[in-house]
Write a protein that binds this ligand. Structure first.
Ligand SMILES: O=P(O)(O)OC[C@H]1O[C@](O)(CO)[C@@H](O)[C@@H]1O
Length: 440
């Protein structure tokens, strides 16, 4: 199995009563049982396109073709876009070293950049420093109307024109097809310049789009196996689709039941701590997924992203001895036995004979296990997920697990996990203030 999940250390009966009561998890499991059927119904009716997506292969050719065009002769490929139009791609790209501390991208091929935040200093400096003649840009926005992405795109267009370069040869777009009576500003800007477009899936929202071309295009540019990503995702939904197992035997359903029970038991904070540099972007992607999907109607819990072991040295004290208002997920990978091996003489010299002959991965594996156990010993409900291998297939599975868990938790709590009405209000106001000059 790709992912091994245990909720044992989250349950009250195994934690001297301090965990989530087994009765609450049982109650949530029976609600989840019903919600699994809802998923199957929504797949059958086509209402939830995400469920059929992992089995699709028809879009691979267009994705790979665009990826080849982006890489061809390019020194740099820049992805513009924010939120769900960037984080899924970043998560997958991190498998190929994107934003891995101290490494960046050492492999052959173009440098990859995701400008997902809007900061005048960063973007201005980026445009100055990038060799525009050999740089390709991809502007991604489902709606085609997000202010940050439009500003970035317009700034890029100006810079390219000023450099005497053709916009249509340097910029690609990814957005929904035009809808009647709705403006798509990204298409209005780029199509007249001849910029090629990929179509954003109309039935899959930004924070669920990592397995569509939104996430797979950056992955393909990085040379990752996009079929394996979908294959991994399919393996997570398969037991739900089959409908043969009870909810308690399906990891996603168990996870959702735990999270539902935790929310109902008043756990206000949900921490995901992953012991791998290559899962750092994953934790940030999950924060958006959890926060935007479930934070509404006065409900939801605060998602917190943490990375191990480094955050042991910044956050763990609070987690172990601060308010007991959190539910923890500790994710570990197969790092034991990996990485540089420690010389016995040096270990002796350092006064750490136990390090002799061990690898860096051995220590990280021990730390992940120790953190989960210490949390549980300190009466902090903790679920563990072990990823057998950190590759395309397993990352696809992990992402699908968390998407389905979020949807099922939303359904069980009576929250629509697919909209984000409050954020939309802010977007409208920001544009109004910009026009009025009130942003200064
Ligand atoms: O892809 P778009 O339409 O530019 O939206 C970007 C992001 O903005 C939001 O709509 C709201 O912040 C997110 O849900 C979305 O991922």
């Amino acid at each position: 199995m790709a992912l091994r999940q245990s909720i044992e250390q989250a349950m009250g009966n195994t934690m001297g009563g301090a965990g989530i009561p087994r009765t609450a998890i049982e109650a949530a499991l029976s609600v989840t049982e019903t919600e699994l059927q809802r998923l199957r119904d929504e797949e059958a009716s086509g209402k939830l396109a995400l469920l059929a997506l992992p089995d699709e292969t028809g879009d691979f050719e267009a994705i790979e073709k665009t990826a080849r065009a982006l890489r061809d002769g390019a020194s740099d490929v820049v992805f513009l876009g924010t939120g769900g139009s960037s984080l899924g791609g970043q998560t997958l790209a991190q498998l190929a070293d994107y934003m891995v501390p101290g490494l960046g991208r050492l492999a052959d091929g173009p440098r990859i950049h995701f400008f997902d935040n809007l900061d005048p200093a960063t973007f201005g400096r980026g445009l100055e420093a990038l060799p525009l003649a050999t740089t390709r840009f991809v502007a991604i926005s489902k709606s085609g109307s997000t202010g940050e992405t439009l500003m970035q795109t317009m700034a890029v267009m100006r810079a390219l024109s000023d450099a005497g370069l053709k916009i249509g040869e340097h910029v690609f777009g990814l957005s929904e097809p035009r809808k009647e009576n709705t403006r798509n500003a990204l298409r209005d800007l780029l199509e007249p310049e001849g910029a090629p477009f990929l179509e954003h899936h109309t039935g899959i929202g930004g924070r669920y789009s990592a397995l569509t071309n939104v996430g797979l295009l950056p992955a393909a540019v990085m040379g990752l196996d996009i079929a394996a990503i979908r294959r991994g995702a399919a393996s997570v939904y398969a037991p739900i689709r089959a409908g043969e197992l009870p909810a308690r035997d399906i990891p996603v359903a168990n996870g959702a039941a735990l999270m539902t029970a935790a929310a109902l038991e008043g756990k206000a904070v949900c921490v995901t701590m992953a012991y791998a540099d290559r899962l750092e972007r994953f934790t940030r992607w999950w924060v958006q997924l959890w926060a935007e999907s479930l934070g509404k109607d006065g409900k939801g819990s605060q998602p917190v992203a943490a990375i191990g072991p480094v955050d042991q040295h910044s956050q763990l004290q609070l987690y172990l001895a601060g308010p007991n208002d959190k539910i923890f997920t500790v994710i570990t990978t197969d790092c034991a036995g990996k990485g540089p091996k420690i010389d016995a003489a040096l270990a002796e010299k350092a006064g750490e004979p136990g390090f002799a002959g061990k690898t860096i991965g051995d220590l990280v594996a021990a730390q992940g296990r120790a953190t989960a156990d210490t949390l549980a010993h300190n009466h902090r409900p903790t679920r563990t997920i072990h990823v057998d291998r950190l590759d395309e297939e397993h990352l696809g599975a992990l992402m699908m697990h968390f998407m389905l868990e979020t949807i099922l938790t939303g359904y069980a709590l009576g929250i629509d996990p697919f909209d984000q009405p409050a954020v939309e209000e802010g977007k409208v106001l920001a544009k109004q203030y910009l026009v009025e000059g009130a942003g200064a």
